[in-house]
Ligand binder design. Structure first.
Ligand SMILES: [Zn+2]
Length: 274
């Protein structure tokens, strides 16, 4: 397998994990738009991630190569030459820019799978291990698996410097205690419950532990954003993938454009007024 230069649109990134071999790493999922294929690039070192400003929905070019040892297990897995990473376009990064959510949705709708059942089946047939689904919106519920003050978090205070003079912070390790329950938009879906390790969610938990002084306030804040706001005010899509070595599917990213229905409703009512 040789290295090839490809352009990737970054869709999801998981909360950084500590790795003995690679330091702090981030698992990144994206789409190669020229062929509309999913790609998982791993590992990318956390410091490279921050230095290169690899934000969600940035487009970047890099030299990647199929990960031989993983190919039989997950077909979208690639290794990446960190030095080759170059940002090519950041026009979809800022969610406040007009039309950005529409453009992002248009791209992701092309990769949308109808159900988790479909994805699990594709995994069995051809080792497809990444995808995006849009659950039945009324069925989704954000779950905090245990009282927030019991969620284990291993906070590291020591700071080292790397060759670039940057701080190498070991990431706080957070127990996987957040999940979503939902049903797919098909008949006969019995429902799913999946752990969520989206970076944004776990970073909220990590930061808000300091902001909100009581467990009740922290829980309220998390539910307010990741349940009430994301489900009632937005359209929630789940970027999903399998965990290394296992067949277990988890949520690796949340995609939450403004609800389409709200605009349509306005249009409809103005239509009826005429
Ligand atoms: Zn289902």
């Amino acid at each position: 397998m040789s290295w090839e230069k490809r352009e990737i649109l970054l869709i999801a990134k998981t909360y950084p994990e500590r790795s003995q071999k690679y330091g702090n790493t981030v698992c990144t999922a994206g789409i190669m738009e020229d062929t509309n294929e999913w790609v998982r690039v791993y590992p990318i070192n956390l410091n490279v991630y921050l230095r290169k400003k690899l934000k969600k929905f940035v487009r970047f070019k890099a030299e990647i190569r199929k990960n031989k040892s993983e190919m039989i297990k997950r077909k979208e897995s690639y290794k990446i030459r960190e030095k080759s990473i170059k940002i090519t376009d950041d026009s979809l990064v800022d969610p406040k820019v007009k039309g950005v959510w529409e453009e992002r949705t248009k791209i992701l709708e092309k990769s949308l799978s109808e159900s988790m059942e479909f994805l699990k089946n594709q995994f069995e047939i051809k080792r497809m291990s990444l995808g995006i689904i849009k659950p039945h919106q009324k069925s989704i519920k954000f779950l905090i698996e245990k009282p927030v003050d019991n969620v284990e978090i291993d906070v590291i205070k020591e700071v080292q410097l790397n060759l670039f003079g940057e701080q190498v912070r070991k990431v706080d390790k957070i127990e996987h205690a957040f999940s979503y329950r939902y049903k797919c938009n098909i008949e006969n879906c019995k429902g799913h419950k999946m752990i969520c390790i989206d970076w944004e969610l776990l970073e909220s938990f990590r930061k808000w532990r300091k902001t909100y002084k009581t467990p009740q306030k922290l829980e309220f804040a998390l539910i307010n954003r990741y349940n009430d706001w994301m489900i009632k005010e937005r359209d929630l899509y789940l970027v999903v993938g399998t965990i290394w070595r296992y067949k277990t599917w988890i949520i690796i990213g949340l995609f939450y454009p403004p609800k389409k229905g709200q605009k349509t409703q306005k249009k409809l009512s103005s239509f009826f007024k005429k």
